[in-house]
Design a protein around this ligand. Structure first.
Ligand code: EPZ
Length: 420
């Protein structure tokens, strides 16, 4: 077990390096099952969720290894369509492999997926969408899928689920006909998936809008492909908020912020201003205490992103004024609040919202992370708090942030990782 020990109050200065987006890389690893050669995913984060997905690929006969910061995948030897229980139950993204297995083998067998404990994680939208395409599904804890027809069709999602959109795309690329997905998710990570699949020779169009059209092709035309996913907008947003809470000057490459607009809009000139830039970078000066954010409501892209909700709440704890955050994607995503309160923060949960009255100072505390983004929120609070904080449950944070302690230390934070 590891923990972070943080002495708060240091301002942050320097350039930060953001990895490729976790939520792009995970479905891309599933999609690599549909290639006939090697896939090279550049700037890939070495995080535990990625390692679990590579173990899944190896468990069905594929190859996966890191060459520097490039993840090399070779699915040409994949020969099984049943995923092992232990691995699939560890992460939610394991379930996004179903679509690729159906396209390749016309069947799949997975266990109900795991994932961050941020509330109920149903899979009904995935199941009903696949059934619409003629896939039979036997449901118990072990779920088996079988393709009964391969023609096209139209799938309307009752909610723009990111994972369900990705699963249906992967289940459709080799069908005999056109599949249209209506009310699909519009997240930038789905645009990455489309770009990768089209590099392989598939025909996917419309990602980033609420309607995606897939024209089935028999098999990919390309063999080895190299792909650089978008930078992780949640990692970038987390460092933006770290700057907003601690003050200082941080250099971000411009592409880091291209998909973080709804975060930079929230911060606006309130907490930070761009003091220098060229065609590659922004230098952002954080002026110290931010003004509170008023009412913020999370929602599907391009609404304010739910994966930044806990981190924004942490920032609001030391902001000037009152912030109300309404969580409309994962209404129970507030487990971190009881831990944040240990710092003296004035934050209360009311149903699917939290109300934060910002304070000039919060104090260091011993806190325990219970999920990925909640853990990031506790870490941010420790950076801004007076005195020493200990954050336990670092393994949750390591699921989605590569060496976040080292990146923060390089910016001047006083943070140490230690074995408990
Ligand atoms: C993806 O999860 C992300 N994970 C999540 O990031 C992210 O929070 C979420 O999308 C929303 O943006 C990955 O990409 C690996 P959803 P996913 O299906 O696909 C309900 C992080 O911190 N729903 O878009 O599981 C669901 O309960 C993680 O990086 C159903 O009701 O999310 C939720 O209320 C956390 N039935 C809403 O839809 C379903 O079948 C959005 O979920 C599926 C989802």
């Amino acid at each position: 077990m590891e923990r972070f020990t943080v002495s708060g109050g240091n301002r942050l200065y320097g350039a930060v390096r953001i990895n490729a987006a976790k939520n792009s890389v995970l479905p891309l690893i599933s999609a690599s099952i549909l290639s006939e050669g090697k896939t090279y995913i550049k700037n890939c984060p070495k995080i535990s969720d990625v390692f679990v997905m590579t173990e899944i690929i190896k468990s069905i006969g594929g190859k996966a290894f890191f060459d520097g910061d490039t993840l090399v995948l070779d699915a040409s030897t994949v020969c099984d369509w049943k995923l092992p229980e232990e691995l699939t139950k560890r992460i939610r993204a394991s379930f996004f492999t179903v679509g690729a297995l159906l396209s390749r083998f016309e069947k799949a067998g997975v266990y109900s997926p795991g994932g961050c404990n941020i509330g109920k994680r149903p899979i009904d939208i995935h199941i009903s969408a696949l059934k619409t395409l003629g896939v039979s599904v036997s449901e118990s804890d072990y779920i088996s899928f079988k393709v009964n027809r391969r023609d096209g069709g139209k799938v309307t999602l009752k909610f723009p689920s990111v994972g369900a959109t990705e699963n249906v795309i992967l289940a459709s690329v080799r069908r005999k006909g056109e599949v249209r997905i209506v009310n699909c998710a519009r997240e930038p990570e789905i645009v990455d998936l489309q770009e990768y699949l089209n590099l392989l020779g598939y025909k996917v169009n419309g990602a980033g809008t609420d309607e995606i059209v897939i024209e089935g092709v028999e098999k990919p035309s390309a063999r080895d492909v190299e792909f650089t996913p978008s930078p992780d907008r949640i990692e970038a947003g987390t460092f933006l908020l770290a700057g907003a809470m601690c003050g200082g000057e941080i250099e971000f490459r411009r592409e880091y912020l291209k998909n973080s607009l709804n975060i930079t809009k929230i911060l606006g000139n309130n907490a930070c201003k761009i003091i220098g830039k060229n065609d590659k970078i922004y230098i952002i000066r954080f002026t110290g205490r931010t003004k509170a954010f008023g009412k913020v409501v999370t929602g599907p892209y391009p609404e304010f992103v739910t994966d930044m909700q806990p981190q924004l709440a942490a920032c609001a704890c030391v902001a000037d004024g009152v912030t109300v955050i309404e969580e409309k994607v994962f209404p129970e995503r507030f487990a971190y609040v009881s831990e944040l309160k240990k710092t003296g923060a004035d934050i209360e949960v009311f149903g699917n919202a939290c109300v934060i009255v910002g304070k000039k100072n919060i104090g260091g505390a011993v806190m325990s992370a219970g999920d990925l983004r909640g853990g990031a929120a506790l870490l941010l609070a420790g950076l801004a708090a007076e005195g020493r904080s200990v954050i336990c449950g670092v393994s949750h944070i390591d699921r989605g942030y590569e060496r976040i302690d080292e990146k923060l230390r390089a910016l001047g934070a006083d943070i140490v990782r230690a074995e408990i």
